[in-house]
Design a protein around this ligand. Sequence first.
Ligand SMILES: Nc1ncnc2c1ncn2[C@@H]1O[C@H](COP(=O)(O)OP(=O)(O)O)[C@@H](O)[C@H]1O
Ligand SMILES: [Mg+2]
Length: 232
Amino acid sequence: MKVVAVANPKGGSGKTTLVTNLACFMASWGYNVLLLDLDPQASALDWAAVRAPQLPHVSVMACGQQELVERLRNAKSLDSSDTLLLLDFPAGFPVALELQVYPYLDLLLVPTVASPFDVRAMVHHLFQLYRHDLEDSQAPATGVVVIRARPNTLLHRDLLENFLKRLRFPLLAEIRETQKYPRAAHEGRGIVELPTQGVIRDLMQWRPLLAWVAAELFPGREVDLFPGLKLE
Ligand SMILES: Nc1ncnc2c1ncn2[C@@H]1O[C@H](COP(=O)(O)OP(=O)(O)O)[C@@H](O)[C@H]1O
Ligand SMILES: [Mg+2]
């Protein structure tokens, strides 16, 4: 079973938005998607509670921080190649525990808002994680996603050019700020499940991130990233 974590110790950095949308994309690819909500605020569980049953199924379960390693060990021992396990981390998750989780992760996605405090906190977090000299075999493939992006602002461009593009981790996508994300969340959906004509530009912003995720998780396999959608 492949495991993808979405983590950033800062609250409001877009973790739940990223992970719930990713869950919907992956469900549309035909996988069984299990999302573990590690956050006592239970935003992903709330999202699932209002999700209409006719939408592609995404299982969301609560998971206590102390039981996480055990659950991951069990999940990894199952030979279940058609199930994807996603982890929605809470703010302030202890780095020591995050490091214990690392050997079980295939991918780590780190969303951030492009503002100075957020970007510095994110870089600090990545530094804390990777200064521990994880063996290469233990470190998950890691990528950064800018969320709530305002690409036409000077600050955005500055932070991108001088910080985010200089990290040793790929900058996978810039997801713009739009009410479509809270609106989709309000209905327990991902943006891929909103009327396509209204979200084409947004889906295009997801394309490089989804392509990276698919290539890392399923090397050599062709994945139709937007099955059944007409994006022209
Ligand atoms: N691209 C976006 N455009 C507009 N609002 C967004 C976007 N991404 C996230 N948000 C909103 O920002 C807030 C924080 O996002 P959330 O995913 O809950 O962060 P976290 O899980 O890291 O605390 C939420 O209200 C969410 O709806
Ligand atoms: Mg959250």
